[in-house]
Write a protein that binds this ligand. Sequence first.
Ligand SMILES: [Zn+2]
Length: 245
Amino acid sequence: MPPGMCRELSLTARDLVRRIASDAGQSYSEIARRVNQDMAKGKNLLSAVHEIARENGLDPGRYTLDPEKIAEEIRTILRKDYAQTLMISAVLAQMVESRGRDSLSPPAFFTFMEFLADATAAPKRREKRIGNVEEATTKIIELTTTLVSVICDWSRTGIVGVAESCPEPLRGLARVILRKTRLYQAGMWTCISCGKIVSIRETRALLCKECDARLPGPTTLKRTPPKRERHRTGYGRTVPGDTID
Ligand SMILES: [Zn+2]
């Protein structure tokens, strides 16, 4: 690879952090912890990374994320293979309900749901499988958590608005995520099947009671309501020692 070529293009926060850690000669976990701490104080992801760049004598302009490219990558993966996309959504639905280390932040899940609606409405194009569902799932988690952290403004308590820097084509998406996150914080959930807004306590495996009753047989998903904290995950899955909660 020619030096300085593909290295400039990060699509995920994880990749961006890895790149700046390597350029600054520090460990990934050191930088990740620092970014997580800054974000917990309400600083946005890119400002946190740019400050680290300046402290290390690096050009902040080399460490950016392009929300539209991230969105394009999410669409590409979800349109690749319908069966795989369904498997990814089953995994993510379980993760957003999970209380463990593997839980997915609700805003990232809401982001995913918006793209999923788009992908399933589009004509199905069958392409070569990208192979591994687990790999594709991890990629989707990293991309959605990164996207939501750059198109929305965050504070210590979660999403507080649409980022000023959010590009026009993604502002509608950012507003939907903001609205669903606020509802969630107020104990409400948007049924992932019919879109009806119900109390979190009345949900069954992310569905409203009516949609759940229409499902044939027992679902494989755990029947517990999603938990209500953890609104902010800096990027992707957390790494041991990097959690802020
Ligand atoms: Zn429903």
